[in-house]
Design a protein around this ligand. Sequence first.
Ligand code: ADP
Ligand code: MG
Length: 339
Amino acid sequence: MGKIHELDTVLANQIAAGEVIERPASIVKELVENSLDAHSQRVDIIVENAGLDSIRVIDDGDGITSDDVQLAFRRHATSKIASRKDLFRVQTMGFRGEALPSIASVADVELVTAQAGQDAGTQIHLRGGKTVEKKPAPARQGTDVRVTDLFFNTPARLKYLKSPQTELTRITDIINRLALANPAVAFSFTHNGKEIFRSAGNDNLQQVIAAIYGIKAGRKMLPIAGEDDDFKVTGFVSLPELTRASRQYITLTINHRYIRNFELTKAIIQGYESKLMVGRYPIAVVNIDLDPVLVDVNVHPAKREVRLSKEPQLTKLIAKTIRERIASENLIPDVSPDQ
Ligand code: ADP
Ligand code: MG
């Protein structure tokens, strides 16, 4: 008799969760990205004890039909892509159909959802990957997901978590980046009953920057705009006098997806030429709009890194756009007292 057998679904999902759901901040990221994909205009994030006690994300998006609710928790089940062709031009944050089953396999999940115009919504409760209950719910449009008892069945994962303060810092960071990438969406973030962050959702990026980095910093930001045949670069970069001691304050987004990319970050810094002191970095939010065929987001399960075609061309455009903007700022003459 052979020794090979297929793993049961819950176990397979827990293995997938190892890559997608590392910590509370990963859950926040996945849930908020689902809200954004569902065209939400408002996303409220309510966290208790750095996510160790509870993570709740409430949106006013499209919602899920009663028939689809259980499918949403099945691995590789998604409404976002259907064919190989779609995979090479992904327009949404999600597409792998892994987040909800992964989260549900390592926690307790309550999801309440309804679509516009439905008489009733649906409520589902899963624990450790198994459905506990599914029943009708009030018809409030949108989705409300609550995750508790995180990693109750994966003790090694639980032990691996850092202090609540560190986990909270990571949650705050990802919410900040998502808000910077989506200034047209109104975000709120409440931790242990205290409001940490709120954005208006009026598509004013400079206001979101001010809400995160302070009003003074918000005033020292320059709008940028640059374009070539393939890319459009927009956003805000700080005046050379406003710097920080790390690159952490640089946010890059591609078609509203927050990404990390060493070469593009370097291009932003290069745009300042010699105007930054050694070891100092600007505050910047740089958005790149491009045809999705030029980017492969299917590199890492958490999609933090992406692969770009024509990356050298894009780095040149970013550096040039910032260089010219900073230079034009310097053209404004100093008004000296004897004039
Ligand atoms: P993916 O986002 O990759 O499709 P997920 O496991 O995160 O996979 O979600 C599965 C499906 O559940 C999504 O494709 C979507 O149809 C639905 N869904 C999840 N969250 C929401 C939400 N907040 N609003 C509407 N639909 C949602
Ligand atoms: Mg998703």
